[in-house]
Design a protein around this ligand. Sequence first.
Ligand code: NAD
Ligand code: ZN
Length: 379
Amino acid sequence: MATAGKVIKCKAAVAWEAGKPLSIEEVEVAPPQAMEVRVNILYTSLCHTDVYFWEAKGQTPVFPRIFGHEAGGIIESVGEGVTDVAPGDHVLPVFTGECKECPHCKSAESNMCDLLRINTDRGVMIGDGKSRFSINGKPIYHFVGTSTFSEYTVMHVGCVAKINPEAPLDKVCVLSCGISTGLGASINVAKPPKGSTVAIFGLGAVGLAAAEGARIAGASRIIGVDLNPSRFEEAKKFGCTEFVNPKDHNKPVQEVLADMTNGGVDRSVECTGNINAMIQAFECVHDGWGVAVLVGVPHKDAEFKTHPMNFLNERTLKGTFFGNFKPRTDLPNVVELYMKKELEVEKFITHSVPFSEINKAFDLMAKGEGIRCIIRMEH
Ligand code: NAD
Ligand code: ZN
């Protein structure tokens, strides 16, 4: 490889300040160090988490920074000690990693890797505490170990999942965050039995993927709950069979759902980040067997309040991170679900823009339009 071991100059969308439009700059990307890989990003998409940290309201501001974590690309070169992937391999970057050696990675039950678990405040590589991006010698910081809004990026090898090279990267790139989170929350955590009834709170990308997961698992009734009725029509494509807008009722949505389901839903998956919806999602499950799964990221001061009797009556409350998928071990199999046509990805992709128009993707998200916008890195 002509570029291996050398600095690469390429285009990246740099966020200089919180909330200001990104600007496309020429950056220098240093070669990967030990246990790192350099990846040529071909497609990336915008997720709510990027926007949240770009706005940096109530978050540690780390600027200048290169955002982006939902993407697909090809390994350009690898650092010392990397044996799992090689130049030319197709990969999905993941915001949380899998070192394969810590107690979490060795446990079949956890995906919360000790070494590479998401760290939103860190803007440097864990190996040497430095950034691999610079402009005129000044560092530009990383974001969640991925920084995919750049033609080339450097990641820890534990944060890339090697996937089937036949999989179209312009489609499967959306599997590297939100879609897998919602899908996994249903199939790995809520595990709805065949013929069961599932309530999904929040019909954004994550909730729609959770509905899709419930459909794949064989749920027969999937009730979408959202305060925004414009979500309902779209949600039908993801398996939702019924809808409830809490604003249309003058009693708590828990009661509305209990009335609709003879006492409560079998499973519920919360994908809003709203604390009231989290409590409702728990209290609406059937006593005796109901399981509620929290996915949304709550406000930092939120507190979950419910009567302990709700637990004594044999309801279960769970939470999940990245849908309990182990990034390197499980993500290639999620891609295979798409390849076998068991999982549709196209319907999540509603917009596409060239890299030079990346700020349009931010505008669409601000307006709540569409689900996912693909950003094409090619010129
Ligand atoms: P989104 O903003 O696109 O969708 C959220 C939906 O919830 C919206 O349609 C909104 O109208 C609805 N909503 C808000 N409050 C509600 C309420 N009280 N009752 C009913 N509906 C309500 O967001 P998204 O991208 O789909 O993400 C959903 C959540 O998942 C976010 O909190 C995000 O941070 C979180 N998330 C978690 C993980 C994880 O690993 N646990 C990973 C990715 C995203
Ligand atoms: Zn680990």
